[in-house]
Every structure is written in C-alpha cells, then in structure tokens.
Design a binder for this molecule. Structure first.
Ligand SMILES: [Zn+2]
Length: 245
C-alpha cells in the first residue's frame, strides 16, 4: 500500500534523527557558504524507503530546523502537509530520485557565480583539484526546449523529468538563467559539490579576467582525483557543520 485512506502517500517509516539533523545542517552550511540565499533547497532520500524523500517546507535555508522537514513521495506529494507551504520547485528532487537510484541527496541553488556559464558559450570546466568531479562536460538545462517561454521555475513533474534527463549520470547540471543542481551518494558529497561548483566558477572567471590560455584539469587528472579512495569529505563537512550548529 503506497497511499493512506486520505489519498496522501504513506510514510516510508522511521528515520534516524541524525539524518534529519544532517539535512538541517546542509541547508545552513550552504547558506553560510553563499551557495543558497533566501532561495534554493536541499533534500535527502529516505535512508530506508527509496521511494520517499525529505525536504524542508518553503523557508529560507539559513533558518530551517528539524521541525520544518517534510516527507514526500517521488511524485512530490507530501505525506502530511499539515497546512505547510511547499517549495514550488520540489519536482526537481522527486524526478531526480526517480531517474537516479544512486543519488541520495540533491542540492538546487541559484549560486550566482555559476550563472554566467549557463548563459554564454564559455563552458564551466574544472580549474583546480577540488572540483575535479565536474569533469569536462557539465550539461546545461534549457527549459525552452521542453516548455517554451516560462518563468524558468521547475513547477511541474514534466519539467523536473526533463531536468533529470539533462543531468543524465553527471554530478552537476546548470540551469540556463536560473541556477544549478548538484547530486551525490550522500549529503556530505552533495554539499561539497555545491560549494566547489560555486568556487570553481569564481576561480574560472578570475582566470579568464587575467587573460591568455587557461590550463584546465585534464580528463585523466579528473579521473585520477575522483577515483581516489582516500578522499576525505568528512573534514570540510565537520568544519562547515561546526560553524552553523
Ligand atoms: Zn530555483
């Protein structure tokens, strides 16, 4: 049974408070790091029910608490809305979880330095080792291809589905004139990728301003870095978390 007598989806069941606390921390970290402002959101897949996910009610990320976290099914219907306002763009999360069984966390941001790379012919490319995960083909979602002239928001499942299709098996996709999505196998990696996508964009813009040819990471360097076993995302995660909780 996937729905209750009220027609709302059933809960995926118990979740450890630590998982919800990490989701709260992720929201605050990304606000603290300048990736999220009053807008944007972070979700995690339900750790023991892959067809459910957790996302805050519609609220600025910097002030979210555990009580604000809501559970959704992958069509982005709330298990128990309880009168709370929901993010218009929650379909980004549900549709990516449908398309990507490997993804356990999703960040959608409007992180500002990334925007120019979605609206010009300059491709976002990995400029230093911390952003090797970007690889050499960061896809760019063009909402006009699916829906023509819109307000650019992912307001319905069809648009979330199209965005997930553009993301494909990549860790990051730009959204032309809007923002980006970063995904990961856990919340720490998704947050790390969102932070360093913004940092890479800043460094790349600085390198372009200095002029002359730019030596980006070679795809083989990207592979050597991303295939390392000892990559320690715990270290920045603990530091970022200590600043916000
Ligand atoms: Zn947005």
């Amino acid at each position: 049974m996937n729905t209750s007598s009220s027609g709302a989806p059933r809960s995926g069941g118990h979740v450890e408070p630590a998982a919800i606390q990490d989701l709260v921390a992720a929201n605050r970290i990304l606000a603290d790091q300048g990736v999220l402002d009053g807008y944007g959101h972070v979700s995690i897949r339900h750790p023991s029910a892959p067809n459910r996910y957790f996302l805050s009610r519609s609220l600025a990320p910097a002030i979210i608490t555990a009580d604000d976290i809501m559970e959704y099914d992958l069509d982005s219907n709330p298990v128990d809305q309880a009168g709370r306002l929901m993010y218009l763009e929650r379909f980004i999360h549900g549709e990516i979880y449908k398309a990507r069984p490997d993804v356990q966390a999703v960040v959608h941001s409007h992180s500002p330095t990334v925007i120019p790379f979605g609206v010009t012919t300059v491709k976002l490319r990995p400029i230093f080792h911390m952003s090797a995960f970007l690889g050499h083909n960061v896809p760019n979602f063009e909402i006009r291809d699916t829906a023509g002239m819109t307000d650019l928001l992912i307001r319905e499942p069809k648009l979330g589905h199209a965005l997930a299709h553009t993301l494909g098996d990549h860790p990051v996709a730009l959204m032309r004139g809007h923002g980006n999505v970063c995904v990961g196998p856990n919340i720490m990696v998704a947050v790390y990728r969102a932070v360093y996508t913004e940092v890479n964009a800043r460094l790349q813009a600085q390198a372009i301003a200095l002029g002359g040819p730019i030596t980006f990471l070679d795809p083989r360097e990207c592979d050597a870095i991303t295939n390392r076993k000892e990559t320690n995302v715990q270290r920045p995660w603990q530091m970022w978390k200590s600043r916000v909780l």
